[in-house]
Design a protein around this ligand. Structure first.
Ligand code: PLP
Length: 483
């Protein structure tokens, strides 16, 4: 690396601002916490002092020319990109900026249907038209996989006018598509390659981790540094390669929706997370991989549980696998992943990242240790002894192949009326319905509601999943299109 990754420009400028006892006659009105002792007690004096407004010495995220710009350049270098943007509204806003920068109204984008809802919401905002590819499926585990290169090739050939292809790297369960090949094909057709790397920040640092999209030639990647990179929740990064994309244009797209009051707590946390990853990320991620491998071995010894591993790799729909997603199939135990999550939380005070009908997943990351892994293993052993019952059938989960009637944007703005969800089969949905997490729509606006989708939502709700997307918070009614 050519830049000095040992510095953290935003952090250092903020420390100077505070050390100079600068008097704040600007917002935020809590004035370094003094105006809200409850807040001070909650997050501490230091955090309150650092919650400041942009000014000359600490730059401004909407038009950075000082320390924020410097931090962006350091971030870009650390992640093998030409440029980087610090995002304070999560990877949701980074995904939306990528899609809005790549496609205008009416232009096509190719994407797998098991995308996070932020991608489909971007289509509502931009008016881009989705061309869905159904990802591979593993019916023994009940999970969706990556896109097969053959499917991508065929879809690109059938839609040579598409402006971009959107890839997830990795999926919630750690599955990676063959990005290198997909980039090659897409670029031959002058399509941009956009990657949702919400769960892949650590890829850029671990010696044995899958590669990050930027390392494989993608044009833009959206990374949740807050998920596996060590920054504060809601802080993310958008990476750009300049060969096919103009950074200035991307910034103007980001500025359409990004706040004009970026939190310096979030920005600084990105600066410090980048510094730590650049200096020590490889050791830290390698350690997380070791811990995950250890957990995998111990859980296998218990029996019954099926722990996902690199053995799944098939060179196509699973081109690589992220072992730090400790993903476990529990159907042999007779429990759903939802129920495992509930039992672990309520009886063992252990929180998992995500559970579905068949599996659950724990994220192993920078802050984990052997003691906590051993507690998880002991809990799983105990649960197997206490709860084992008849094996459950695998339920098709995560996403259900949709029949699209109209575009997400047309459906979102159409005339709608609520009907009972249980009686909505065959009608065109005007809104989303999904389990959260993972936030992958079971039904998206513009899709015909199938019996399979209704059954899956009813099943997931009964098993304790949080169902979101409908205006009706009780999920009894869904808005459908009225013609
Ligand atoms: C695959 C994927 N993409 C995007 C997002 C959105 O990220 P954020 O919560 O940082 O906005 C998530 C969130 O979980 C996700 O799982």
């Amino acid at each position: 690396m050519e830049l000095n990754q040992n510095i953290a420009p935003i952090y250092e400028a903020l420390k100077k601002l505070i050390a100079d006892n600068t008097i704040p006659f600007d917002v935020p009105g809590h004035k370094r916490g003094k105006g809200n002792p409850l807040l001070q007690e909650f997050i501490g004096e230091r955090a309150c002092e650092f919650d400041v407004n942009s000014s000359k010495t600490i730059d401004n995220a909407i038009h950075p020319t000082g320390v924020i710009r410097e931090a962006e350049k350091l971030m870009a270098e650390a992640f093998c990109a030409d440029d980087a943007f610090l995002m304070v509204n999560g990877t949701t806003s980074a995904v939306q900026a990528m899609l809005m920068a790549a496609c205008k109204e009416g232009e096509k984008v190719i994407l797998p249907r098991n995308v996070h809802k932020s991608a489909i919401n971007a289509l509502i905002i931009s008016g881009a038209i989705p061309v869905y590819i159904n990802p591979g499926v593993n019916n023994e585990l009940g999970i969706s996989l990556g896109m097969s290169v053959e499917d991508v090739k065929q879809t690109i050939e059938e839609n040579p006018d598409a402006k971009a292809i959107f890839i997830i790297n990795p999926t919630y369960y750690g599955i990676c598509s063959n990005i290198k090949e997909i980039v090659k094909i897409a670029h031959e057709y002058e399509m941009l390659v956009l990657i949702d790397e919400a769960h892949g920040t650590h890829f850029y640092f671990g010696d044995s981790s899958p590669f990050g999209g930027m390392q494989l030639g993608a044009d833009m990647c959206a990374l949740s540094l807050h998920k596996t990179g060590g920054s504060l929740t809601q802080s993310s990064v958008l990476l750009v390669r300049n060969e096919n994309i103009n950074s200035q244009y991307v910034r103007s797209v980001i500025n359409i929706t990004q706040t004009t009051s970026s939190s310096y707590l979030l920005l600084t946390s990105l600066d410090l997370a980048r510094k730590q990853l650049a200096l020590n990320g490889t050791n830290m991620i390698n350690r997380a991989v070791e811990l995950a491998d250890y957990a995998r071995g111990e859980i296998k010894k218990i029996g019954g549980y099926i722990v996902f591993s690199r053995d799944l790799i098939n060179g196509d729909t699973i081109a690589d696998y992220d072992v730090t997603k400790l993903s476990i199939n529990v159907s042999n135990i007779g429990l759903s992943g939802f129920e495992m999550g509930n039992i672990l939380r309520d009886e063992y005070h252990i929180l998992i990242e995500y559970g579905d009908a068949n599996n659950f997943m724990c994220v192993i990351s920078l802050g984990d240790n052997l003691e906590n892994i051993d507690k998880l293993v002991a809990a799983l052993k105990d649960i197997k002894e206490k709860y084992s019952c008849e094996k459950l059938e695998i339920v098709k989960a995560e996403f259900i192949i949709p029949e699209v009637s109209v575009s997400p944007r047309e459906a979102f703005y159409a005339r709608k009326m609520p009907v009972l969800f249980t009686e909505s089969e065959g009608l065109v949905s005007g809104e989303f319905i999904m389990c959260y997490p993972p936030g992958i729509p079971i039904v998206a606006p513009g899709e015909i509601i199938s019996k399979e989708a209704i059954d899956y939502i009813i099943y997931s709700k009964a098993k304790g999943s949080l169902i979101t997307g409908t205006e009706d918070l009780d999920n009894e009614y869904i808005n459908i299109l009225v013609y």
